[in-house]
Ligand binder design. Structure first.
Ligand code: FE2
Ligand code: FE2
Length: 197
């Protein structure tokens, strides 16, 4: 896994690399807590933003080379699908779980698996994040993974609405599905524990 962090280090600004380290640390802790594969989680976290600093033109070229049709969503979301499509070619990683986690880390997908959920959550709550309300998201991550995905998706949607930006339908579908899986007791726990934050 250190090999992939090394790749992130040489590809990214130090600010972004610090974020990647934070996501990796947080994601591995969540994998341990919820008993999912820490190695796969660590690799997905290390590589999730590796193309985040490429320009839209560069990303388009990288996508064209592997016949990937870029999504209709805004260019800042393109790095996920582009990295996923080139994972084996550029990084020698041939693992569908890691691929899915990287593919959906920005906008999410309602059918994503547990490691993809972990990366989606860790991306929002890593120690370097300090936006208003982040402590409530951290509380949710302590309680239940689906709950955490639901509240992170809500925070992301709220942010996009406030900034008058485009919303990906897959984030809305993910949000609705996850809240549908969170039972009343979990909601109560969350509302109780997040009250103080
Ligand atoms: Fe990203
Ligand atoms: Fe990220």
């Amino acid at each position: 896994m250190d090999l992939y962090l090394e790749k992130a280090k040489v590809s990214l600004s130090s600010r972004r690399y610090t974020h990647v380290l934070g996501v990796t640390e947080t994601a591995k802790a969540l994998a341990k807590r919820y008993r999912f594969n820490e190695e796969q989680t660590g690799i997905a976290a290390a590589l999730h933003d590796i193309y985040r600093e490429k320009t839209p033109t560069e990303l388009k070229k990288l996508a064209d080379e592997v016949n990937l049709r870029l999504p209709d969503d805004d260019p800042p979301t393109w790095h996920g699908p582009v990295t996923a499509a080139r994972l084996r070619l550029d990084f020698g990683v041939d693992d569908e779980v890691i691929k899915e986690a990287i593919r959906y880390h920005t906008i999410g997908h309602q059918d994503m698996g547990p490691i993809a959920k972990i990366i989606f959550v860790a991306d929002a709550i890593e120690p370097g994040r300090n936006f208003y309300g982040v402590e409530r998201l951290r509380c949710a991550a302590e309680i239940d993974l689906n709950l955490a995905v639901a509240v992170v998706a809500d925070a992301s949607l709220t942010y996009l609405i406030e900034k008058q930006l485009q919303i990906a339908m897959s984030t809305v579908e993910l949000r609705n599905k996850m809240w549908g899986l969170v039972d009343g007791d979990l909601r109560k726990d969350y509302n109780q524990s997040s009250k103080t934050n």
